[in-house]
Design a protein. Structure first.
Lengths: 549, 242
């Protein structure tokens, strides 16, 4: 057993309202630079839909991730080491900018500079790639809320796996949002595809990062990642990806996308796993077995053997305790309501999802029946085969069993909690019907519905004695040099990049976890000397004078 | 003059090449990249880039053999002058033609595709000019010198190659180069110019050819122990030993 710790995330899709706040704050924090205009480390897709980049899930086309070959060995779907090197001069599977979208701005200045004329001047879209006028034909979020999906949704690779005749019905009955970040996989195919070895998995917390000093722009990671979550910065010529906001995580803060999520649907916590078992699990023969196989890789943090091995592996005591309190562990292994996104890519992703029950509830509601009645909901889950199959294509490689079980648990929770909220006697048969005890059901409800900040985000800070090296690490990662290009030889831009200071994030954490609103406790004792006109002495400038006796 | 052209200038260029790479690698690892433009345009690149690069690999391989292997060695293993010549010229022509065709496609692409052109730096343009001159002169030497024998027969293995080895051994003999045909002289000088520019262009990516990929484990883990020295601590700051 080789115990490793992994920072992981679970998103409760039932709560996602598709507001894109996560995407916007992430973009402001990480990809607001030249060369990254088209890059969204976090994006929210409407499903069914094509996703971003378009049809990225069609691995027969893009050849991302791993596959099991005839001899039962795990190989890169895009070809092995030799093929990678032979195609290095022109990556055959690299999505073009059009598959993402051509970023643009508007020439706003014409609105103010235009001479007096009969017609109101308009700001025309200008491409940020070529600088020319352009016609906006696609974007990261073109089919938001199923907009235009009658024209495009049939190209959704997941929908194509379900039979053709149901499509129309499907679009009318079912829609949900899927926020996506890098999966920080246990078996990352981007790292495996990188010829330079610039993509690495941090041994401490499993975050997958690109070493900007080592990346040589071979672009194999972009095509190697089946989720298409490694991007090519066309200004710097280097790959960039979601960093799991590692400077924040290191001081115990959640990622920006989680912090700003208005639906509070994201959970962050540690998972302990057995690194020796990863390859074996990823090589599981049956695609349907991959979800269970990955759960087997995770270790029970309460098991004394695991705790002992973890300590031997150098995992600190407070990290093991954090793994025990981890909401991720609870959602994945205790309640078994979280499912991985596309386990069939065999990368062992570590951002999991609780599939949405709300579309089912909506359907029941529209019929005028009681949408919180167990019988009605269970019947609807059984009847709505198409949406369930679609969810299964996303989360369990097409196996409807686990999705069915999760939705029934969520439905049971709804019914069970209604009795409690209405002041009626709780019905113990409801949790029993989905194989849970009443206490478990209530605990799951607490975690899913009212968990507070420190219950949703159980993030042990990196250790002080490690902070120095972690800070060093920061100098090697994604956006150490904003704007890219070469560093200057002299002056302000010379020398090595300034590390992202842990202190700043420490202050940020103090501020965000303080009881008072932006007012330090000792505020009363402070004097703003900028307001002092030099005459006399403002109150509080000096400590009170002792009274002469 | 010959001393200057075929001793002083080459050594200046060689020094720039070596020192420039060391300097760039030390100060600009972040800028050390292929600066691929595949994201902008793929149709022309898909043909042009492999043609050019594989052609160049052949050309470089041919130069290594032609310049570094003395004629006495091939004589010793009974390879006749004629058969060597046939193989060298055929291989050189094929590789050179591929590289030239690829380069034409790539330069055409760079000029005509808007986004690619706007991502082209001044250094890129200078580099392309030198590269084109070197390749065209090389092709000229092969075709005009070796096949059509314009200006008489010239065996570069008794001239240019010997000079090049003497140059690398720091015992330069300029007279060997001075007696070479003009085409060879210009080709060598332009090539040395390119070498001098090399460290300041995107050509540095040649030295990052990822051959280590063939042997390294697929997934790279980094622990803090390995990570302790991405750069020296600043003066006055000591590392805490762990």
């Amino acid at each position: 057993m080789r115990v490793m710790a992994q920072m992981a995330m679970v998103m409760n899709l039932d709560k996602c309202i598709g507001c894109h706040t996560c995407s916007v704050t992430c973009k402001q924090a990480w990809t607001n630079r030249t060369g990254t205009e088209y890059i969204w480390f976090n994006n929210v897709e409407t499903r069914p839909g094509l996703g971003y980049p378009r049809t990225y899930e069609d691995q027969e086309k893009w050849k991302g991730g791993w596959e099991r070959n005839k001899r039962g060995r795990l190989v890169l779907k895009g070809g092995g080491r030799f093929k990678k090197l032979l195609t290095i001069f022109s990556n055959p599977k690299l999505p073009s900018i059009g598959e993402y979208y051509e970023p643009w701005t508007y020439d706003y200045s014409t609105l103010t500079d235009a001479p007096a004329q009969e017609h109101t001047p308009v700001a025309r879209p200008k491409s940020l790639i070529s600088g020319n006028d352009m016609k906006i034909e696609w974007s990261a979020n073109w089919d938001d809320d199923l907009g235009g999906s009658t024209a495009t949704a049939h190209r959704d690779p997941m929908l194509q796996k379900i039979s053709d005749k149901v499509k129309f019905e499907f679009e009318q009955t079912f829609m949900f949002y899927l926020p996506r970040i890098c999966e920080h996989c246990l078996n990352p195919s981007c790292a495996a595809s990188c010829p330079s070895g610039a993509i690495y998995k941090r041994a401490e917390d499993g975050i997958v990062l690109v070493d900007q000093d080592k990346c040589r722009g071979w672009r194999m990671c972009v095509s190697g990642c089946p989720y298409k979550k490694v991007y090519f910065n066309h200004k710097t010529g280097k790959a960039e990806k979601c960093t799991f906001c590692f400077p924040r995580i290191e001081v115990g803060l959640p990622t920006v996308c989680s912090e700003t999520c208005v639906g509070r649907l994201r959970y962050i916590g540690l998972m302990l796993y057995d690194a020796d078992k990863v390859l074996e699990a990823a090589s599981t023969e049956d695609d349907h077995g991959l979800y269970e196989a990955q759960r087997e890789v995770f270790l029970d943090p309460f098991d004394p053997d695991v705790m002992r091995e973890a300590e031997k592996a150098g995992i600190a005591r407070d990290w093991i305790e954090a793994a025990q309190r981890s909401p991720i562990y609870a959602l994945i292994n205790t309640y078994k309501v979280a499912l991985p996104l596309h386990p069939e890519y065999r990368t062992m992703p570590m951002v999991w999802y609780i599939p949405p029950l709300s579309p089912v509830v909506d359907v029941v509601q529209e019929t005028g029946e009681d949408a919180e009645d167990k019988g009605n909901l269970f019947a609807a889950i059984d009847a709505l085969r198409i949406p369930i199959e679609y969810l299964a294509e996303l989360f369990t490689a097409g196996d409807v069993g686990p999705v069915d079980a999760v939705l029934k648990k969520l439905a049971a929770m709804r019914c069970y909690m209604r009795d409690i909220n209405m002041g009626r006697d709780p019905d113990g048969t409801i949790p029993a019907a989905v194989g849970m005890s009443e206490e478990q059901m209530y605990d799951m409800y607490r975690l899913l519905a009212i968990a507070k900040y420190d219950e949703r985000y159980v993030i042990p800070p990196a250790h002080a004695e490690q902070a120095h090296s972690l800070e060093e690490l920061a100098t090697e990662c994604s956006v150490s040099a904003y704007g890219g290009g070469q560093q200057d030889l002299f002056g302000e831009g010379s020398g090595v990049p300034t590390p992202i200071a842990v202190e700043n994030f420490q202050m940020l954490q103090d501020r965000q976890t303080a009881d008072t609103l932006a007012s330090p406790a000792d505020k009363g004792a402070r004097v703003n000397l900028l307001n002092w006109d030099g005459k006399g002495s403002p109150a509080g400038l000096f400590p009170p004078r002792k009274k002469d006796s | 003059m010959n001393e200057f052209l075929f001793v002083v200038v080459p050594y200046i260029c060689l020094t720039t090449f070596v020192v420039g790479h060391l300097w760039r690698y030390h100060y600009d690892k972040f800028g050390w990249t292929t600066r691929s433009s595949q994201l902008y345009e793929n149709r022309l690149l898909r043909i042009g880039s492999p043609l050019f690069h594989f052609g160049m690999l052949g050309v470089v391989g041919g130069h290594i053999i032609g310049l570094l292997v003395p004629q006495s060695w091939t004589d010793a293993v009974r390879i006749s002058e004629h058969s060597y010549h046939v193989v060298a010229v055929t291989g050189g022509l094929l590789a050179g033609a591929a590289a030239l065709a690829g380069m034409v496609i790539l330069i055409y692409r760079r000029r005509t595709v808007g986004p690619v052109f706007s991502a082209t730096t001044r250094m890129d343009k200078v580099m392309y000019a030198f590269l084109a001159v070197v390749i065209v002169l090389g092709m000229w030497n092969t075709i005009a010198g070796s096949i059509m024998t314009i200006g008489g027969e010239y065996n570069y293995r008794e001239g240019v190659s010997v000079w090049y080895r003497s140059f690398l051994a720091f015992q330069p003999d300029a007279s060997l180069m001075a007696s070479a045909p003009l085409g060879f002289q210009l080709h060598a000088l332009a090539a040395f110019g390119l070498f001098a520019l090399w460290p300041f262009t995107r050509l540095v990516h040649v030295f990052s050819a990822p051959v280590g990929y063939l042997t390294r484990p697929y997934i790279v883990y980094r622990t803090r122990d390995e990570q302790l020295g991405s750069h020296q601590p600043r003066r006055g700051w000591d590392r805490i030993s762990q």
